[in-house]
Design a binder for this molecule. Structure first.
Ligand code: ATP
Ligand code: MG
Length: 390
């Protein structure tokens, strides 16, 4: 089932003691979630993810705007009649009930011709339990389960009514790193198997990238970008999106366009076509740096971390934002570089090496930049500026 949001807005009265304007938790959302896809709703804490999800589920009433499930307007339909399955961060299982009873719970209150016999309920519970692979835990109480198992029970409970939409609000954040990985793959598998349109809320960009068909990036109640994960990474619409996605994070510099050339500080980095002279931020992905003695970007080497296949070069530049520039290059290429070898010989693995701090010349490392890995943004609006290189 597809979900369509039309001018969807939710305002809350300002709760601060001094008063102030309303908080616009969801600001005029207009988009369509295609049928059978998994959508990652991604953004920092407080940006309105849960509010957006709660509007779709019916737990919150919108201030204005409409919500459609396929062509049905569900804006005024009560949550329990929308055909949704909900999973929260804290599982919200009933501690005194067995796993089986927890899963059948949503079926107990069905009325009229939807009412099910006991056997039917148990059958359905086992069906859902099989999907999340917890059939052997049905007689236990929630307190006798691990966090990951509890979360699977919560997912089974959300699935038992065969919802039209599955809504998951940070379902993995209470799990340790390994379980989180495992469970997110599980969620992906279940979603594929059932084909239920699913919205997955997270503030973890890696989680969103790995699990989603489409990512909706939010900031302060506003949509920043909706695209496939790879597109959001390769083609960010603004500086916020560029900074929010990617580990290690993108390296940001203060720069300018002067006479058809990108400058970072006073360093000419790359010719560009079709952009007027202006103040910019330049963002370079870690994998966008090419160590190059003729390169325009002159940085100071601060350390080298060899990590097997890749080598991470830490450097600084006076026009950078943030503490350190992190560039990642192939280890085999890195070993060809005399600067890198010298640094390793001198055991300058530490960041902010005082030897290099004094030693200007020897500490220099120059880069050229891969054209598809550098993005430029208007310094005022922080919107992306598109350019061509040929
Ligand atoms: N019931 C409420 N009354 C007043 N303000 C609220 C209410 N619920 C949420 N807000 C405000 O709306 C904004 C969005 O909150 P929301 O819970 O949707 O954010 P979130 O993206 O889910 O954050 P997190 O990642 O921390 O869960 C916040 O500024 C929050 O303080
Ligand atoms: Mg939230």
């Amino acid at each position: 089932m597809k979900i369509r949001l039309e001018n969807l807005t939710k305002k809350f009265p300002n709760r601060s003691k001094k008063g102030g304007p309303d908080v616009v938790a969801v600001d005029n959302f207009n988009f369509e979630i295609p049928d059978g896809k998994l959508i990652g709703l991604l953004g920092p804490s407080g940006c309105g993810k849960s509010t957006a999800l709660n509007l779709i589920s019916g737990l919150e009433i919108p201030t204005s705007g409409r919500i459609f499930f396929d062509d049905e307007d569900v804006t005024d339909v009560a949550a329990e009649n929308r055909g949704i399955g909900l999973v929260f961060q804290n599982y919200a299982l009933y501690p005194h009930l067995s796993v089986l009873k927890n899963i059948t719970f949503p079926l107990e209150n069905l009325k009229g011709n939807k009412k099910l016999s006991k056997e039917r309920m148990v059958d359905k519970a086992y069906e859902a339990a099989r999907l999340v692979q917890i059939e052997e835990l049905m007689e236990r109480k929630p307190s006798e389960l691990s966090g990951g198992q509890q979360q699977r029970v919560a997912i089974a409970r959300a699935l038992v009514k065969r919802p039209r939409v599955l809504l998951l609000d940070e379902p993995l954040s209470n799990l340790d790193a390994r379980l989180r990985l495992q469970t997110r793959e599980e969620i992906r598998r279940i979603q594929r198997e059932t084909g239920i349109t699913t919205i997955f809320v997270t503030h973890d960009q890696e989680e969103a990238m790995s699990i989603s068909d489409l990512i909706v990036v939010m900031k302060s109640g506003k949509i920043q970008q909706i695209d496939k994960p790879q597109t959001v990474y390769d083609d960010p619409k603004n500086l916020f999106v560029a900074k929010f996605l990617g580990t290690p994070a993108i390296n940001v510099f203060v720069g300018a366009i002067k006479h058809g050339r990108i400058y970072i500080g006073d360093d000419p980095v790359m010719p560009v076509k079709g952009v007027e002279n202006r103040a910019i931020y330049a963002g370079i992905r870690p994998e966008g740096f090419i160590p190059d003695e003729q390169g325009g970007l002159k940085c100071r080497l601060k350390g080298v971390e060899v990590m097997g296949r890749d080598t991470s070069i830490l450097s600084t530049h006076y026009a950078q934002e943030g503490e350190i520039i992190r560039s990642i290059i192939d280890s085999e290429d890195a070993m060809q570089l005399s600067t890198v070898n010298e640094a390793l010989d001198r055991k300058t693995n530490a960041v902010f090496d005082p030897i290099h701090e004094k030693d200007n010349k020897r500490g220099e490392i120059r880069f050229s930049v891969k054209p598809r890995k550098i993005f430029i943004f208007d310094r005022e609006t922080e919107e992306r500026i598109f350019f061509s290189t040929n």
